[in-house]
Structures are given as structure tokens and as C-alpha cells.
Design a protein. Sequence first.
Lengths: 114, 111
Amino acid sequence: QQQVKQSPQSLIVQKGGISIINCAYENTAFDYFPWYQQFPGKGPALLIAIRPDVSEKKEGRFTISFNKSAKQFSLHIMDSQPGDSATYFCAAQNSGGSNYKLTFGKGTLLTVNP
Amino acid sequence: DTGVSQNPRHKITKRGQNVTFRCDPISEHNRLYWYRQTLGQGPEFLTYFQNEAQLEKSRLLSDRFSAERPKGSFSTLEIQRTEQGDSAMYLCASSSAGELFFGEGSRLTVL
């Protein structure tokens, strides 16, 4: 059972455009939703995260939108740049649990064309 | 560099051989995780340590896999009698609470 579903699998945008990646979760105990960015040959790195007490969080060009009732959240990358080309993973965590483990989506390969 | 360190970065082995990976977490982090990532997939949870205690193991962790974290510091992940299906990136992460910090991974290729 896939607990975090991510779409699209791949995404191509032009420089300056908006990249949007969507995720949906099933476990209502999840209460922390990070996005990780991974470049080839590197480990995932935390990009931005949100908790369900807010509907939106913005850090620079990156924004998370969160819809608790729909159990969905999305990453928006404004003014996308070629350097943003990477694989993006959404994840979810039950911080009230004992282990803080993350459950990841399958990832979205973003390509930003110059 | 005070990040999570993993060694070796790459390992090529023949089917049936044993391999061991090492993870050195961020020094003040008491939580340590192992994940496996295959091509085109997100990281999948394997096991979790709090200090030296292994508190959770995924069903993905067959009896050929064993992980240790002696003295609550570095951790090792050993795979015995490797199979081609074990080929993957093995990621280690550490945490004090909340945010997980990942290492760059150890890529295993089983021929």
C-alpha cells in the first residue's frame, strides 16, 4: 500500500516558468510534510517543509500548499531555473510516533530547459 | 564536513558475496535510519536506531540483512549472500528530532 502518492513522474518546464508537483497521503496521523531535492549521485536534501496547522509556506521561490481535508499537498517552484533540474520527493512523517521515520513518494524528475 | 558520511560510496560485488556499509551520523544526533533507493523510486525505510537500540525493522529487511549501531555512534549495514535484487543505493540518515539529514549513499551493484 503506497501511503504517499506523487505526480507527475516527470516534468519539463521552460526557464522562468512555474513547476508544480503534487502529493496525496492516506495516513491521517501524518503531521509533517517535507520536500526533498536530490541531484544525481547525491543524497536527498531537505528543501522546505510544512505542518498542517498552516495552509501555505513560502521560502524564496519555493512554496508548499497544503489541503488537510483533501489530504493533499503540493510544491510550487516559481521562476524555475536550469539549476532546479533534479528529482523532487515529497514525504510524510508522524511526529507523534516513536521513530520520526519518513515515508516518501516515488519522486518527480524535473527538467528546466534554458 | 560535519554531515552524514557513508562508506564506501560504490561497491561492486559478485552474487553470493557479503558486503558491509558504514554510516557516520552527525555527532549529536541520536536517531539513525537506513533507507534503500532503487532507480526511479523514492527512498524506502529499512531500519531505525535510537542510540544503540534498533527499534524498528521494515519487512524489506530480510534475514540476510543485519544492522548494528554499537555505542550509539556509527552504524553498519551488512548484506550476506548478496542477490542481484539487492542492487540499490543504500542511504543513511540521522536526526535529533524531526528533520532527517541524509548522507550521499552507498551504491551497491551485484553482478
